[in-house]
Write a protein that binds this ligand. Structure first.
Ligand SMILES: [Zn+2]
Length: 688
């Protein structure tokens, strides 16, 4: 299909830009990337972002049918993976000042004349899924971001939290931990608000004039902090109709009522507080002095009612069976559920997913299918805690462990022109190489995404893959190589608010769909090489430099905690692994580039490359968190967003457990040695 842009002249000649990477089908990649078009991406956006679609609601059900229809029309096999999970919905939320004078505060965004979608009848009040139900009235305490350290500071200051309602601002940690720490400190209720310093007018003009949070903008979101993601009631097993379910009363779900509000409503409370002025760093962006306590006269009411029912939703998968080794699969995913319209989160990624699917399906329609299977997955109920993806991983655990080549996550991907990638070590080389043949969104002719990504650095920056999205089941539970591809840099945020509309996206991120086009092309190339290259582009050698970086982080952390951590064994293991594996990789690259390996040999090498994940998996899981089995990476258990690298070791440093640290270190040494043995077995196949 002819594109709107002169694609041929934008594409960088692949052969010239490639280092000695495994043999790739340049023509296939060029044809794939001639398919995606801005007008098509825009049409997907119109199709999925026309109404609110919270998981388990009628809007969600219509999106499911819409996605199934889209994949079917492309000619893909459609699979509907249903689940029955604990998915609460809001019934009521009240925040009011009850003394000295009564003042009810808004708990929903103001509709905007400039953006008629913001008046849609199906939009909800602001709410935090899994809040406790309750109706409390009490004095207030301001707790800054509500981190563990913030509550420690309040204790040191002698501020009584017991029996009070805590007011905390969004940011720094996952909101669920604000609730957890407030509840642990004895608070009877929690109000979370968006401070203008963090996402409001201190950053830039609010929507609709600019893109930032206005006075009534509210961040919704789940506050569950269990030691496993997915359906809270069915850890480790699929949430199907006959699953054995835990009683919700036996789970550490929040018990206090938690209600989010905008900064306009929060300023009504904060400006009436008259206790001691806050410590350094706690002052936010509102134009008055912030105080830790409200004084005896200021009393606030928080009342929350949620319907905590089991609800049904689904993930919709479009499958393109591979032509040679269909049992091996590459999975590309993004969730489809949202807190409102979800134009940014998730649809800025879902449209990329669909356009990738259309690219591969178009070529398949012309008779060109990849060797391996590609699964295009639109996950359900991610916002509640990665429910759809985790339930799918738990359903297909053994098959995925053996046959999933890699997972590519696209959650809310296209939010600006600046590439941002988090990836497991084995995928970094592939992504770097792929970015060299993708035009930069909004860039000069001939400028690649790689060049802009690199900037004036020596190496492109990769983030550590942490928590907070659908890769967690694949990466942290099953050890499957994973990455999150995205692009940022727009001036504003409508995150989880009723303003996350198509009009917001087109005004703030842009109406040209260039970032989404760039990400579609990048994803197409990464997926094409994973699904079609004769040699799987998994680079085991990257474990060495990455482990060394993570050792440094652990050392720094141990120093901060004044804990003596001897990590030289692992450091030595990384050096030895590198010395042995580097030359093997070079011989492997040369053999592939020269076309010296037959299909049977390649098959054996590919199986060795895929089996490396097992070296890093610990059957019994991490300390206190058995669901997390990857000893290379886990979600940070204290913020929920960040990554803990070499988490078994990190845990022992945090808990100052010297024996445990030694044991965890030897496990990592063992994983590196096992990875080294895989490289030796590959060398044997090369006749080395
Ligand atoms: Zn999302």
């Amino acid at each position: 299909m002819p594109g709107l842009l002169p694609l041929a002249c934008l594409l960088v000649p692949l052969a010239a830009a490639q280092p000695a990477t495994p043999a790739i089908d340049v023509a296939y990649e060029r044809d794939l990337n001639a398919v995606p078009a801005p007008r098509s991406l825009r049409a997907w956006h119109d199709r999925l972002g026309s109404e609110p679609h919270v998981a388990g609601t009628p809007g969600d059900a219509r999106v499911l049918d819409n996605l199934a229809d889209a994949f079917e029309r492309m000619g893909l096999q459609v699979e509907r993976h249903e689940f029955l999970a604990l998915l609460p919905l809001p019934v009521q939320g009240i925040v009011e000042i009850v003394s000295p004078t009564v003042l009810a505060l808004p708990v929903i965004e103001r509709p905007l004349a400039e953006d008629p979608d913001t008046a849609h009848a199906d939009l909800t009040i602001g709410w935090n899924a899994y809040s406790g139900n309750g109706d409390v009235t009490a004095a207030v305490v301001y707790a800054n971001y509500g981190t563990r350290e913030d509550f420690d500071t309040l204790r040191e200051l002698g501020v009584e939290v017991e029996g009070r309602i805590v007011v905390a601002r969004y940011g720094r940690n996952f909101r669920g931990y604000k609730a957890k720490f407030a509840e642990a400190a004895g608070a009877v209720g929690l109000i979370i608000y968006t401070d203008p310093d963090d996402s409001g007018y201190r950053k830039g003009l609010p929507y609709p004039e600019g893109g930032y949070a206005g006075e009534s903008s509210i961040q919704r979101g789940s506050i569950v902090t269990l030691d496993w993601p997915g359906d809270p009631l069915t850890p480790f097993v699929a949430a199907d109709d006959d699953a054995t379910r835990t009683d919700p009363d036996d789970l550490a779900l929040p018990r206090i009522p938690v209600q989010p509000i905008g900064w306009g409503a929060a300023s009504q409370i904060l400006s009436r507080m008259d206790g001691p002025v806050v410590p350094g760093g706690w002052q936010g962006g509102l134009p008055f002095a912030y105080r830790t306590t409200g004084g005896p006269d200021l009393r606030v009411r928080v009342a929350v009612t949620q319907d905590r029912s089991l609800r049904r939703s689904a993930s919709i998968l479009g499958v393109l069976p591979g032509g040679v080794t269909p049992e091996q699969k590459v999975i590309i995913g993004c969730h489809h559920d949202a807190w409102g319209f979800g134009a940014g989160d998730p649809l800025a990624g879902t449209i990329v997913l669909l356009e990738c699917a259309r690219s591969f399906a178009t070529l398949a329609g012309r008779g060109r299918v990849p060797d391996r299977t590609i699964v295009f997955a639109a996950w359900g109920a991610e916002e509640y805690g990665m429910v759809g993806s985790v339930e799918w991983c738990e359903t297909h655990r053994e098959d995925l462990l053996a046959n999933a080549v890699a997972y590519i996550n696209l959650d809310a991907a296209a939010m600006g022109p600046n590439l941002g990638v988090a990836a497991s070590p084995t995928l970094k080389r592939l992504i770097e190489a792929a970015a060299r043949s993708v035009p930069q969104a909004g860039g000069d002719p001939g400028e690649t995404a790689y060049e802009t990504w690199l900037g004036d650095r020596e190496h492109v920056p990769f983030g550590d893959l942490g928590g907070g999205s659908d890769h967690v089941g694949f990466y942290c539970h099953l050890g499957i190589p994973s990455c999150g591809l995205s692009a940022h840099g727009s001036k504003g945020t409508s995150y989880h608010s009723n303003y996350d509309t198509l009009a917001w996206y087109r005004q703030v991120v842009g109406d040209d769909y260039e970032p989404a086009l760039m990400l579609t092309r990048l994803t197409n190339i990464v997926a094409a090489r994973l699904a079609d290259a004769p040699l799987l582009p998994l680079d085991l050698t990257r474990f060495a430099p990455d482990v060394r970086v993570h050792i440094e982080t652990l050392r720094t952390r141990a120093q901060v905690l004044d804990f003596d951590a001897d990590l030289t064994d692992l450091e030595r293991a990384a050096d030895e692994f590198e010395a042995a594996a580097g030359p093997i990789q070079k011989r492997l690259d040369e053999a592939v580039a020269a076309g010296r390996l037959d299909a049977a040999t390649l098959g054996k090498i590919n199986r060795a490359l895929m089996s490396s994940r097992r070296s890093w998996l610990l059957e019994q899981g991490l300390p206190q968190r058995p669901w997390y089995r990857n000893i290379f990476a886990a979600t940070d258990p204290d913020s929920g967003y960040a990554a803990w690298m070499l988490p078994g070791m990190r845990y022992c440093i945090e808990s100052r457990d010297a024996d445990g640290l030694e044991e965890a270190q030897q496990r990592c040494v063992g994983a590196l040695e096992a990875t080294g043995q895989l490289m030796e077995s590959i060398d044997a196949e090369l006749g080395g």
